[in-house]
Design a protein around this ligand. Sequence first.
Ligand code: UP6
Length: 260
Amino acid sequence: TVRCRWGAAAAAHPVAQRLLAIRDAKRSNLCVAADLCDAADIMRLCEQIGPLICVLKVHADTVDNWTAETASALRAAADRHNFLLFEDRKFADIGHTVVCQASGGVHRIVAWADLINAHGIPGRGVVDGLRQACQASGRAVGLLLVAQMSSKGNLIDSAYTERCLAMAREARDLCIGFIAQERLDDTGELLVMTPGVQLAAGGDALGQQYNTPADVIGCRGADFIIVGRGIYGATDPCQAARAYQAAGWAALTDASSRAR
Ligand code: UP6
């Protein structure tokens, strides 16, 4: 096992423990954003890259033909290939509403996702609502707070990020870390997953900004990289996933050995 420089192995939540065990077993801190519109394409991608990843992130509400079978097929693939499922719904409403959004509707998110996320903007009600939905599901689900974003000109400032950190610390029974662009706490118990990652820095036409795995893991202290178009948009997604897995893992092990 790799002892992360941040001592993240101290993470107490069962989902965090599973995530770190998968990371170490597969030597992969790669989360793939499977942002494809067709369920069959997502399943095909899963089969190609499943052995290389620790998390598959989806936006169920962007899948044209999502059904209950999509959720069960994803769940089966995740169990077979040993990765976690992350629904990137970014809940951001009052507690009462997020209970319904997380457990109901077409997507029934907490019935199949291992990881969910939320903006801190509504205040602690959003966390309390999600806790209620997760408890009612009877499944272990981990929450990541969106404490920073990758997009150009986003309205998040350092005071907001600090308050997300405080919210997470008060909800350790549910919250296992953050979607952020850098490490936020030094205890190592709250994990950081960073989107906006490609092998070359840059951006897209709609404000996305990319940094490299070495930068986000090695310099900024993230634990996991989240890669979408860099992988599913590549000519050979499997080869691309291998390259990101290697780059992410090298950055993590390199940083860990420097910290010892
Ligand atoms: N995402 C970001 N930035 C954030 C939060 N989430 O890009 O601050 C999500 C997007 C997308 C993925 O919704 O699913 O991460 C990034 O995809 P990309 O690698 O194709 O840009």
